[in-house]
Design a protein around this ligand. Structure first.
Ligand code: NDP
Ligand code: 8X3
Length: 254
């Protein structure tokens, strides 16, 4: 991985941030993207100090089609040849039955988790195809194939991620580009805090009574995919906490 360029969306928190740290340990260069630039500034300072990592910040809302296209097309020449794209930026909003949910919440999830992922992929892939080299790792979720009540639209966006991943793999089968999805179960990040719009009282119990995954556990799975020999394509990697069997079955100590 030495000196390879890895672009990670949603690198300001949780899984994306842990991926940035883990790739930096492997000597990669990093393009870190998110809206909260202050966090990215702090991250790249840390990584520069710890590993001498060269990083480039993209202050970017993946929902902004024009901005995504422009920023990625205008990357300085030394940052243009992206070797690994980690499509991680994503979120859930609300936990409501369809007939009671806010339409705006659905739109935010669809715009970020599906359309944002597509905009970034559309901007990055042509270079990979031209060079006949590269890898795309999409962060899906077990919710994509195990929908749960009130998780309706979030689950549907993650089903879309898995479906798009499969289409991409088929479209690029005659190239050296590898397409993976990593589908985690419960990971303790800011995910639930975002879902409940900052309500820590609702977010906290999601990760209580059992040992959830740490963002670093998922980052290790992502780096595993990226460090296989070039003839090995990890198509889909599902990672769950030991005491989680499905989205709706978690064994918690009472
Ligand atoms: P966090 O909330 O901790 O991190 C989400 C990241 O996504 C942040 O860096 C945030 O950055 C970024 N992001 C959100 N919206 C946008 C946007 N419009 N433009 C750019 N960046 C954006 O959650 P996680 O780390 O848990 O989530 C990462 C991914 O993992 C998501 O796709 C999520 O669906 C998936 N996942 C999470 C699981 C979990 O249990 N936590 C389980 C399975 C999958 P910023 O706000 O600075 O823009
Ligand atoms: C996040 C995991 O089960 O909260 O994708 O939807 S879950």
């Amino acid at each position: 991985m030495n000196n390879k360029i890895v672009l990670i969306t949603g690198a300001s928190s949780g899984i994306g941030l842990a991926c940035a740290r883990k790739f930096a340990e492997h000597g990669t260069r990093l393009i870190v993207a998110a809206r909260r630039k202050d966090r990215l500034d702090q991250l790249i300072k840390d990584l520069q100090k710890k590993h001498g990592t060269e990083s480039y910040i993209l202050e970017l809302d993946v929902r902004d089609k024009e901005a995504v296209e422009k920023t990625i097309n205008n990357l300085p020449s030394e940052w243009k040849t992206i070797d690994v794209l980690v499509n991680n930026a994503g979120l859930s909003r609300g936990l409501d039955r369809v007939h009671e949910a806010k339409v705006e919440d659905w739109e935010e999830m669809i715009d970020t988790n599906i359309k944002g992922l597509l905009y970034v992929t559309r901007a990055v892939l042509p270079g990979m195809v031209k060079r006949n080299s590269g890898m795309v790792i999409n962060i899906g979720s077990i919710a994509g194939f195990q929908p749960y009540p009130k998780g309706n639209v979030y689950s549907a966006t993650k089903a879309a991620v898995d479906s798009l991943t499969d289409s991409l793999r088929m479209e690029l089968v005659d190239t050296a580009i590898r397409i993976c999805t990593v589908d985690p179960g419960l990971v303790e990040t800011e995910f639930s805090l975002v879902r409940y719009r900052g309500d820590a009282e609702r977010a906290k119990p999601v990760y209580q009574g059992f040992q959830p995954l740490k963002p670093e556990d998922v980052a290790e799975a992502v780096v595993f995919c990226a460090t296989r020999p070039v003839h090995v394509q990890v198509a889909q990697l599902v990672v769950m906490p030991t005491h989680q069997a499905s989205t709706t079955m978690v064994h918690r100590k009472s």
